[in-house]
Design a protein around this ligand. Structure first.
Ligand code: SF4
Ligand code: SF4
Length: 438
């Protein structure tokens, strides 16, 4: 295994990328023309010429202040990736906008005008509270890799930080790996962040670089051949935004792509289940949705229904993606549920944890069961079912009842009940970090 070289500061790396994009860009405007957030949700940007919008982005990359056009586009980009294949110069406009947003946030932070200052602290607190209501301290240590890792496992299952709010997904995915006889170490939690929040929310590329570099070092110390991702944001952060900043002495693959590559081993173990499933998906230029579709399609008795949804609007449902634009998020979710029910689905399968957090609450309104796709695979493999305590909490109307239901875990984890009382109303409404809009 090659030793890691000392990384150059991430800020320099991104400045170089940004400058080369600015030099290459012909300002043809094709990326802005095809962008769904401009088309669907931004009257300000719709009034502008696409060439002017991208021209203003290029100016930010050259060191000028951001115009309203550049700021608006960078802030509402949902990472859909629709623009990528349309650039005649081979630029990735999604990455171009990520770098632009980081620069804008940095300026806002310096001038104390960043509305998202403190976002990482708030997010960490919400993860701690949500996780602490749903699992024992031992389970938390196990899923974040603090205990229980085998030595020299071939794989790391790197879960990132946010999926910890929905431990049902982590426990279920681990069961599936166990069933396949995969030897893996776990890594995740706030202390093992990919650095995205510091980069894109706070504009602090130095802190983001250190976090990312520390996490890569922890991965390398476990000596794996492959790191299996769960979180799509980590996929983009490692595979696109900071790609080239620090060498990785191992391969990355998404959990779903890995399972799909093992379909020959999985398929004979799948037992029939009777479900009509609407698979909620995202494109984002990633193969994850397609892999999950093929895995679910291999389950005997399960019928994947065709329905209409806006899978091209964002790379996932969470903050930094569909959650950036309230109207799009609301329209996309309503379309998904209405269309799934009209197509006769009895189950909506969520793709990511962010989608699960948003969509599980629709069980109140629509006659469907909302499950993560891993839960459906687990059911077909006859693995033990883990309770979805996050969904139960969100389906509650009363904060006091939600606290009472979780009282054992709250005690075990020494959670501050007053902090829970103030955070839970927003968490139960899906406003987990206080910035989600419904
Ligand atoms: S990634 Fe999607 S939302 Fe972002 S600029 Fe490209 S097309 Fe627009
Ligand atoms: S499509 Fe490519 S070359 Fe054209 S404006 Fe967008 S980034 Fe620049």
């Amino acid at each position: 295994m090659e030793p890691n070289r000392a990384p150059s500061p991430l800020v320099e790396h991104l400045n170089q990328k940004g400058s080369s994009f600015a030099d290459l860009c012909s300002e043809c405007g094709k990326c802005a023309e095809v962008c769904p957030v401009i088309r669907e949700s931004s009257p300000i940007l719709q009034q502008a010429k696409p060439t002017q919008v991208i021209g203003d982005v290029v100016k930010v990359l050259r060191g000028e202040s951001a115009s309203e056009y550049a700021k608006t586009w960078a802030e509402i980009c949902t990472g859909s990736g629709k623009c990528i294949s349309h650039c005649p110069e081979g630029i990735n406009p999604r990455l171009m906008l990520s770098i632009t947003l980081s620069k804008i946030r940095k300026e806002q932070t310096v001038s104390r005008e960043n509305p998202l200052n403190g976002f990482y602290r708030r997010m960490s607190q919400i993860i701690k509270l949500a996780a602490g209501m749903q699992m024992t301290p031992e389970e938390y240590k196990r899923i974040t890799g603090a205990t229980g890792n085998p030595e020299n496992a071939e794989f790391i299952f790197y879960i990132g930080c946010n999926v910890i709010r929905t431990p049902v997904i982590v426990f279920t995915a681990m069961d599936i790996l166990d069933q396949l006889g995969v030897e893996y170490a776990m890594l995740g939690g706030n202390a093992n962040c990919c650095g995205i929040i510091h980069l894109k929310w706070h504009g602090d590329a130095n802190a983001a670089g250190k976090m990312n570099s520390n996490t890569v070092d922890k991965m390398a110390a476990l000596n794996p051949k492959k790191v299996l991702h769960w979180c799509p944001t980590c996929v983009l952060q490692f595979g696109e935004t900071v790609d080239g900043y620090k060498p990785y002495p191992f391969d990355f693959q998404h959990f779903s792509d890995y399972l799909f590559s093992r379909l020959d081993s999985i398929a004979p173990r799948l037992k029939p289940i009777k479900r009509r499933v609407a698979l909620h998906s995202h494109d984002g230029g990633l193969s994850i949705g397609k892999s999950v579709e093929k895995i679910l399609d291999a389950i005997p008795g399960l019928e994947l229904v065709e329905f209409e949804e806006h899978e091209h609007w964002a790379y996932n449902c969470g903050p930094g993606a569909l959650n950036n634009v309230e109207s799009m998020r609301r329209d996309a979710h309503m379309q998904t549920l209405k269309s799934a029910v009209a197509a006769g689905a009895d189950t909506v399968a969520t793709l990511y944890h962010t989608c699960h957090r948003d969509l599980c609450v629709f069980e109140k309104q629509f006659p469907v069961e909302v499950l993560n796709w891993t839960q459906i695979v687990s059911e077909s493999l006859s693995l033990p079912e883990h309770p979805d305590l996050y969904k139960s909490m969100k389906l509650q109307d009363e904060v006091a009842v939600a606290i009472d239901d979780a009282s054992e875990f709250i005690k075990m984890n020494n959670l501050d009940v007053e902090a829970l009382k103030s955070a839970l109303p927003e968490m139960m409404l899906g406003k987990d970090e206080g910035i989600s809009l419904w």
